[in-house]
Design a protein around this ligand. Structure first.
Ligand code: MN
Length: 417
């Protein structure tokens, strides 16, 4: 099946870095930009130069060093912003100016206090000005999804005429639903002339937890650039998570036959570097990059994983460059998993000794969230150095009458669904 290319526009260093607690120094931004290059993103949005001299410097350093991806930076539709943006990307092999203005009446009236006509004029002027500095100009209609549809279409038509080559229609406040966003992109592309000559882009926020679903829907509506961030960081609840989008394409290529130029093995290293530089941990249950994303505690799951990973995993940790520590031992774990972990730690246990160690560990696990390797070493050592009492521990499940129970005991009691 011929696969259409979807461009990955990474805004970790702009929208992501803008979020509270995520600010980075220029040298740190450069480290991340190198990693994003290794990850294979098509466009790196490196910053918002007018926001601070440090940000302008960061963009310029990244533009000077990183050659393969396009280097973009953000600018409002103001002369000073655009001039600073042009200066910042000047050393780039492929430099992009990304200019934006809000198009919703709410933003125009309450925030910008300008009329629709003033908005239209500012947008066209900004795109024309940016085009004097680079051929690669992206225009964003901020709050596009809450804008008057006819007015939005007028703006899009005018900025295409003025020379914008990428049209981004952001769901700035994460308000849209997937079917709505798919239709929205399809309708704009159908209504406005010359939309086949530009790339449409989706920029979604996760306020309702729909950013990834909305982005996939926008692609169905014709978007061929997606804006996303590592770990899904960004304003408020964050942006579309790059790793979730990329792995959705990969795991469900049967439903979404799109090509992205990402080296998935660099996903986890990118996540880890971002976490290290910002000091902001990823939630443990985060898809793809969370600590629990490829781990199993429930005994029934562990038993399945030990027999065939595909029973409870739709992708492999190593596919995204993550370490695979599948068996988390806790109170839901079974004897099979305990035996396996002990063996990995150098203790071959079976029979009565295994039963005794298993019981001792489960007693500890009742009071704890997770059993560590230290707990296991301590318990096994304790059991092995104990003076023989002459009394073998009795396994209540080792009787023929309990044969039915035995299988369950081996796999533990965790929920199976
Ligand atoms: Mn945003």
């Amino acid at each position: 099946m011929a696969q259409e290319q979807v461009l990955i526009f990474d805004t970790t260093l702009r929208d992501g870095e803008q979020a509270p607690g995520f600010s980075l120094r220029p040298a740190e931004k450069l480290l991340l930009a190198r990693q994003l290059d290794a990850l294979g993103v098509d466009i790196i949005e490196a910053g918002f130069p007018i926001a601070s001299p440090a940000d302008a410097e960061a963009v310029r350093r990244i533009a000077a060093e990183i050659r393969r991806p396009a280097i973009a930076c953000l600018a409002r539709c103001h002369r000073a912003d655009l001039e600073k943006a042009a200066w910042s990307i000047q050393p780039a092999e492929k430099g992009r100016i990304h200019t934006f203005i809000a198009t919703s009446d709410l933003h125009l009236q309450a925030k910008l206090r300008i009329s629709r006509e003033q908005c239209l004029e500012a947008a066209v002027d900004a795109v024309r000005f940016a085009r004097h500095h680079t051929f690669d100009v992206e225009f964003s209609a901020e709050d596009a999804t809450r804008s008057d549809f006819d007015f939005l279409c007028r703006v899009v038509e005018a900025v295409i005429k003025a020379g914008a080559s990428t049209i981004n229609l952001p769901d700035t406040v994460g308000y849209s639903t997937p079917d709505e966003l798919r239709d929205f992109f399809a309708r704009v592309r159908e209504r406005v002339p010359n939309t086949d000559k530009v790339v449409f882009s989706a920029h979604c926020h996760d306020d309702l937890g729909l950013a990834v679903a909305n982005t996939l829907a926008a692609i169905q509506g014709g978007a061929r650039q997606v804006e996303c961030t590592v770990n899904g960081i960004g304003e408020r609840a964050g942006n579309t998570a790059l790793e979730e989008l990329v792995m959705a394409f990969r795991v469900r290529a049967d439903r979404m036959p799109y090509h992205v130029g990402i080296d998935a093995k660099q996903i986890y290293p990118s996540s880890e570097l971002l976490t290290r530089l910002t000091g902001q941990p990823v939630q443990v249950n985060k898809a793809i990059v969370g600590r629990n994303a490829f781990s199993h505690e429930a005994g029934i799951h562990q038993d399945g994983i030990l027999k065939d990973r595909r029973t409870y995993e739709i992708m492999r940790a190593e596919d995204v460059g993550a370490p695979w520590n599948p068996l988390i031992l806790g109170k839901h774990s079974g004897r099979h998993a305990v035996q396996r972990r002990c063996s990995e730690l150098g203790f071959e246990l079976e029979g009565a000794e295994l039963v005794e160690v298993y019981r001792a560990l489960m007693a500890i696990a009742d009071d704890r969230k997770i059993l560590t390797d230290n707990d296991i070493v301590a318990v096994v050592s304790g059991v092995r150095t104990k003076q023989p009492t002459g009394q073998e521990p009795i396994d209540p499940f080792d009787t023929p009458a309990a044969a039915g129970h035995h299988a369950l005991h081996e796999s533990g009691y965790g929920h199976g669904v």
